[in-house]
Design a protein around this ligand. Structure first.
Ligand code: AMP
Length: 403
């Protein structure tokens, strides 16, 4: 069954509680990257343009002390939101109590309120981490403030907190709707539906540091994929499992047997690097050379080599669905970024394919390359997208009402 979405609902004159993901990098009150605020705009605009009242809830960072509260207020985020929308946004420096209730009572249609960081509820009370441990009374309280609840915070969908799951459960109990926002809807459409029922050929590209982080993703995607291209540090444990020399490359000795098993289960679908850019040490300026699939003892593989790039490109050419998670090498160092950037470019060049970038470092690479507009979907979640690709149910999505 499909999930209820914001466009299924009439928001006119309604108090709409929206869980957004405003967990932006912030230092001394200055926002480093406002992408997450921008990503929430379609849902907020829909509400205010259709005569609803938008009451926004989000966490920001982790709150362990009163000092954290000073650093992690949502006040600067509310100010940035106001600039982006070019209209007033009221910031309420609390998220529970009289000041919140009166501010909501005074709202007119089209108004926007940002409540203070939901994780301020993680200290100074008898329950302990009321927000992060999902104190049901907190979810019930927030639910009592509105007529409709919208979850647009995909980045926290793998967690069961009061402001995403508790509130949704309480809304449903009270006979009120809990819907997905536009951003959440897009994440479900691509990371959920497109990956569960891909158009073939379906190519999965995996990279990043460790096999252990991606085991469940590989297990889930082996039966669905036609090819699984593996690069990055995790490739070397697979190469070792095949009996190759991997020199000083990243290696998880306790995962060799598992890598052998995965290679067997994948029955030829897993494609490993045939050459590598190796270096004497983990440094951009280290002396480097392209080697084959055996790495000399004194070197480490830090990127896939040119023949591997060509091989991956050839496979990608005919793909109809591609999902990519994790860089092909230590791409933060410019001398070892080529493999990752070339893979990104070939995704951008695909014309009739659904291309999905599953969060984290591959998202950063896509931005660095400026290819974002040519990708069907770039996930805003890190941990959440990985768990989705593992085929797991995410509590923040499960709790949304069905249509
Ligand atoms: P992950 O968070 O698992 O996606 O891993 C991303 C990290 O893996 C990045 O910081 C990369 O620098 C690192 N990485 C990718 N390939 C390699 C490699 N061959 N050797 C060492 N680190 C790598």
């Amino acid at each position: 069954m499909a999930k209820l979405t914001i466009s299924d609902l009439d928001v006119k004159d309604k108090k709409v509680l929206v869980r957004v993901d405003f967990n932006v990098p912030i230092k001394d009150g200055v926002i480093g990257d406002d992408n997450r605020i921008v990503a929430a705009l379609p849902t907020i605009k829909y509400i205010i343009e259709n005569g609803g009242k938008a009451i926004l809830l989000s966490h920001l960072g982790r709150i362990k002390s009163d000092d954290d509260k000073k650093e992690l207020s949502l006040k600067p985020v509310a100010a940035r939101l106001s600039e982006l929308l070019d209209r007033p946004v009221t910031f309420v420096p609390e998220n529970e109590g009289k000041s919140v209730e009166s501010a909501i009572d005074e709202m007119h249609d089209g108004d926007i309120i940002v409540l203070e960081n939901t994780r301020f509820q993680d200290i100074d009370n008898d329950f302990g981490k009321r927000e992060s441990k999902n104190d049901p009374t907190l979810g019930e309280y927030w639910a009592s403030l509105g007529d409709i609840y919208v979850n647009d915070a995909f980045g926290t969908a793998h967690r069961s907190h009061a402001s995403n799951v508790g509130i949704a459960e309480a809304m449903k109990k009270a006979g009120k709707p809990a819907a997905a926002g536009y951003l959440m809807e897009k994440e479900i459409k691509f990371l959920g539906d497109a990956v569960a029922n891909p158009e073939h050929p379906f190519v999965t590209i995996l990279g990043g540091a460790k096999v252990s982080d991606k085991i469940d993703v590989i297990n889930n995607l082996i039966p669905k994929s036609d090819h699984i291209l593996i690069g990055g540090g995790m490739a070397y444990t697979f190469l070792a499992a095949q009996g190759h020399d991997i020199g000083k490359s990243l290696f998880e000795p306790d995962k060799v047997e598992l890598a052998k098993q995965l290679l067997k289960d994948a029955d030829g679908k897993i494609v490993l690097p045939v050459d590598n850019l190796a270096a004497t040490e983990f440094s951009n300026d280290a002396s480097r050379e392209v080697v084959g699939d055996d790495i000399p003892d004194n070197m480490m593989g830090l990127d896939i080599g040119p023949k591997t790039v060509e091989k991956f490109k050839e496979i990608l050419k005919s793909a109809k669905t591609v999902v990519w998670n994790g860089p092909m090498g230590a791409f933060e160092m410019p001398n070892f970024a080529k493999g990752t950037l070339e893979v990104g470019k070939s995704l951008a060049d695909l014309e009739n394919a659904t291309t999905i970038i599953g969060g984290g470092d591959s998202t950063a690479a896509a931005k660095q390359l400026g290819i974002a507009p040519k990708i069907s979907h770039i996930s805003t979640g890190g941990g959440a997208s990985l768990q989705y690709l593992e085929g797991k149910d995410l509590p923040g999505i499960v709790c949304i009402s069905e249509k």
